[in-house]
Design a protein around this ligand. Structure first.
Ligand code: TYD
Length: 142
């Protein structure tokens, strides 16, 4: 699982909709953290990083956001604008979030606690690591 869109089952009863997110049922990882992004300023770009070891499920529970994703094979653009659509992200996926609607609330479930050391914030470093490029010691020594 690197990048996958998932349809979440809706329970439409009592005149409204309900979606349940359950570990190992429709969330394929241990849920250790939930955070949400809201009140995002117009024209802001967030993200611009990858994680070495983090699985996440993102849901725009309100409004919409565009997410540019890159697992090293080139950028893919995904629009989240439906609370019944989830986006699963695995390790080593570069992401940039932009075009937030004023009312956007983006909820994210994650399988690890917040760890700044897990972030890769430089795109070239990300590309080197995701492509497994290593430099021979004799070249580094030169
Ligand atoms: P950051 O991950 O940089 O957000 P984005 O990628 O959307 O731009 O986090 C923004 C701030 O929030 C930063 O100060 C770290 C803090 N933060 C936490 O304290 N806990 C968390 O779980 C996350 C995701 C961020």
């Amino acid at each position: 699982m690197e990048i996958e869109r998932v349809q979440l089952q809706m329970h439409g009863d009592h005149g409204g909709m309900l979606i349940a997110l359950e570990q190992d049922i429709n969330v394929p990882f241990v849920i250790r953290r939930v955070y949400y992004i809201f009140a995002t300023e117009r024209d802001v770009h967030r993200g611009k990083h990858a994680h070495r070891h983090l699985r996440q499920l993102a849901v725009a529970v309100r409004g919409s956001v565009t997410i540019l994703l890159d697992d090293g094979s080139g950028p893919v653009r995904v629009v989240l604008d439906d609370p019944s659509q989830g986006l699963l992200l695995g390790d080593m996926v570069w992401r940039e979030l932009y075009d937030f609607s004023d009312d956007c609330v983006l909820m994210v479930l994650a399988d690890h606690l917040y760890d700044p050391a897990d972030y890769i914030t430089d795109y070239d470093t990300f590309l080197r690591e995701v492509k497994g490029v290593t430099y021979p010691t004799e070249l580094v020594a030169c």
